[in-house]
Design a protein around this ligand. Sequence first.
Ligand SMILES: [Zn+2]
Length: 89
Amino acid sequence: MFCFKCGKKLLDGESYCQNCGAKAQDYDVLKQVQKYPLFKIITTITIALVILFAIYGIIIALPWILLVLGISIGVAIAMSIMKNRKKQY
Ligand SMILES: [Zn+2]
């Protein structure tokens, strides 16, 4: 493993470069992404799918929320009308 900043060879298990102090992990992550462009594509697809499912979920749930809200408002209005009628008699 080599330092991504200065290129000095790092010993196994070394987390920081002894020459410049750069983190060894940063290079590992960078190397992985460069080595596997699929990783980037899969990450992008996963994020896109999560967003799509979230939108889909909202679209599916919204009519039900509106239905429950409409019924409760309707019942509340009906109850208040019935109460008012009872008062009149
Ligand atoms: Zn270095």
